[in-house]
Design a protein around this ligand. Structure first.
Ligand SMILES: Nc1ncnc2c1ncn2[C@@H]1O[C@H](COP(=O)(O)OP(=O)(O)OP(=O)(O)O)[C@@H](O)[C@H]1O
Length: 666
């Protein structure tokens, strides 16, 4: 009878190793597939030199510090109450769990000691008592799981909001370097890993810690001698886990890089699907993607082999412990130093300790994952690269004693000795000590060969980038002293290839509504949108669409023609009634009708504004009040069309004669 019970117990106890393998594989394989970065050491704010955009964007090396852990834990500080409650409930449920082996031992001894009615009465009492205890445990578990899961979601939401906010406020140079897919991945996946590390993982880790401490204590309480035997495999296992952890970390970095590359291929090909199809490159792209995912599979084989070996070893050592405890415990029992109940309790505690210790290994790994994921998020949130936006309610009303009005923005624009290199390409001097005056309220056409820096001037005016030397002024006020939001709200832009949002035409035009004047009543805004569309000659085609202004334009506006997109973009730009209008003319010719409509709209809206046209068409250039010709990073020539054409061997004349302009034959 005793032997039979022991074999039953032994077969039950042989399962923990399986259980361990299963639970840990589930946890450990849950890596973020798209993570493309590794950890870096972040110094405290005070002694940290401002990292360059390049530094922030590249993937740094790994070193774990306490400040990194502290930062991660601070994510949970708003949820102290909920997490505290969850931890309280955790102690209750762990207490209940840990009492199970103790009571099981008592029941086994009861079976040995009492007979018939006495046994029946005692068993009944014990059962009701345990039902109560387990009920409390179940309630505590329910509360803990609910609180931890909802807290994790609350943290994820907060980090996502902060991160989205942080990303949108970054300087343009940041976006030059970062891949869209990667940023989206940070928002969706990394935030989740971070949050889990400080909620579910803390809860699991604490449970593992309390259960292993209590389990070890109770093992020593029952039999110090057996406890020492049982715990002999822990130190070698811990060493094995560290070695294993390092190997897996290296391997998983490779796996993540591989997955990121595969995702990059998919991301870029999907967004350029027209190019892929136009060149019939489907097979080529499928092959490329297959190669990327196959290399990931090869790494996964290695990873699986390592996991298999490690958990095979832990399972084996777990079983060896059970066997040695049986052996030594059996001898102790024969010497009457231990009861069968004590031995049973002991074995169950040994089982729980085994589970809990591997729970601790897993906790460590999850924490590392959280820290890893948080590195890139902290780098993004690092305010060194943020634009200085202020709430519209706090916008200053004057600057240098001048009121901030559209009249100020209509003054002459001066680019004074501007030198500029793009931060991501510091070797190329795009503008070299350039000086240019844009007459206020007039039309200036900027022309020059491709890549001469025409669009760059517009980007500097919008303060997407800061020049390394020189100053841009409107009137006498340097633009870098103006509130950024205010400056931009007074400049309307129509890029060369306008990109629309995948919403309705109405929403796309209304997007131009200046955020400085918030809370505009819907009816007024609608009228303004229609008026802007009329001015931009867009209302004709919009009214012919079945859903008119509510027509969805498709991703990036692909459901509209080039000319229609231009006119929607023009409507959006003029909705805010900007003092300065920057138009980057399309290099490719639109159809005659669209061309006419765009040109006519432009003529209407040029009145009483300073207009800078990055011009590619001779017809536009001829109509401009002034023409500036860029050459070798400077303004080579500036004047009216007639003046520039009269310069013998002039740059402009050459430009016209080499037919680089779209309608040069006109
Ligand atoms: N975001 C950027 N990062 C790095 N280099 C850039 C960036 N944008 C433009 N450049 C480089 O700066 C130079 C000037 O570019 P810009 O777009 O101002 O030329 P452009 O005169 O407007 O050309 P095009 O007429 O062909 O549109 C080019 O050599 C270009 O490769």
């Amino acid at each position: 009878m005793t032997f039979h019970r022991l074999t039953l117990l032994a077969s039950f106890l042989s399962r923990p190793s399986n259980f361990l393998i299963h639970s840990h594989q589930c946890r450990l394989f849950k890596f973020n597939p798209n993570r493309q970065f590794s950890l870096t050491k972040i110094r405290p704010r005070g002694d940290r030199p401002a990292p360059s955009i390049k530094d922030a964007a590249k993937k740094p090396k790994v070193k774990l510090t306490y400040s990194e852990l502290g930062k991660l834990f601070r994510l949970a500080q708003h949820e102290k109450g909920r997490i505290g409650c969850a931890i309280g409930l955790l102690f209750i449920s762990s207490g209940v769990t840990m009492s199970v082996p103790y009571f099981l031992g008592k029941i086994i001894d009861m079976l040995q000691t009492y007979k018939h009615d006495e046994l029946r009465t005692r068993l009944k009492q014990m059962t009701w008592f345990l039902v109560g205890i387990f009920g409390i445990g179940a309630l505590a578990n329910f509360g803990r799981v609910y609180l931890i899961l909802t807290t994790a979601q609350r943290i994820i939401k907060r980090v996502r909001q902060q991160l989205f906010n942080g990303i949108l406020r970054k300087e343009m140079a940041f976006f030059d370097k970062q891949k869209t897919g990667e940023l989206v991945n940070r928002l969706s996946s990394d935030t989740e890993v971070m949050s889990n590390a400080v909620t579910q993982n803390i809860s699991d880790g604490l449970r593992a810690l309390t259960q292993s401490i209590a389990g070890v204590g109770l093992m020593f309480y029952i039999s110090p001698h057996l406890a020492l035997v049982g715990l002999t495999t822990v130190p070698p296992l811990a060493v094995g886990a560290i070695v294993f952890g390092r190997y897996i970390k290296r391997l998983s970095t490779k796996v993540q890089d591989g997955l990121a590359k595969a995702t990059d291929v998919a991301d870029e090909r999907f967004s350029n699907i027209r190019t892929v199809k136009a060149f019939s490159k489907e097979d080529h792209e499928i092959e490329l993607y297959n190669q990327r995912v196959s290399s990931v599979l090869q790494l996964k084989y290695k990873e699986s082999l390592a996991y298999g070996l490690f958990y095979g070893m832990t399972g084996l050592s777990g079983n060896i412990i059970v066997l040695s405890v049986f052996y030594f415990g059996g001898i102790s029992m024969s010497e009457e130093a231990l009861t069968i109940g004590d031995l049973s309790s002991f074995l169950l505690y040994a089982f729980w300790v085994g589970v809990s210790i591997s729970g601790l290994f897993s906790f460590h790994l999850e924490l590392m994952k959280g820290v890893g994921a948080s590195q890139a998020v902290w780098a993004i949130l690092n305010e060194d690269h943020n634009e200085r936006m202020i709430a519209s309610s706090q916008l200053q009303r004057t600057i240098h004693g001048e009121p901030l009005t559209s009249a100020l923005m209509l003054r002459d624009i001066t680019l004074d000795a501007i030198s500029f290199r793009y931060p991501t390409r510091p070797d190329v001097l795009v503008l070299d000590n350039l000086t240019l005056r844009v007459p206020g309220g007039r039309v200036l056409a900027i022309c020059g060969s491709s890549g001469s820096g025409k669009s760059t001037i517009a980007q500097l005016l919008l303060r997407f980038y800061e020049p390394q030397t020189g100053q841009i002024r409107i009137g006498k006020v340097p633009i870098n002293e103006m509130p950024l939001q205010w400056l931009r709200s007074n400049i309307g832009t129509v890029p060369q290839e306008p990109i629309l949002f995948s919403s309705s035409i109405y929403e796309n035009i209304a997007y131009g509504h200046s955020s400085v004047e918030k809370n505009l009543p819907e009816t007024i805004l609608r009228n303004k949108v229609i008026q802007a569309a009329n001015t931009a000659n867009a209302s004709g085609f919009i009214e012919q669409l079945p859903e008119k202004y509510e027509t969805k334009v498709g991703e990036r506006g692909t459901m509209l023609s080039g000319g229609q997109k231009q006119r929607v973009a023009l409507s959006r730009a003029i909705l805010r009634d900007p003092s300065i209008l920057v138009l980057d003319e399309a290099t490719s010719a639109l159809d005659t009708q669209s061309e006419y409509l765009v040109q006519e709209a432009l003529e209407k809206i040029m009145v009483n504004r300073t207009v800078i046209i990055i011009a590619h068409r001779l017809s536009t250039i001829i109509k401009a009040d002034q023409i500036a010709v860029l050459d070798k990073g400077r303004v080579g020539e500036q004047g009216t069309y007639a003046e520039l054409m009269s310069i013998e061997n002039g740059i402009f004349r050459k430009l016209v004669s080499t037919q680089t302009m779209v309608d040069v034959d006109e």
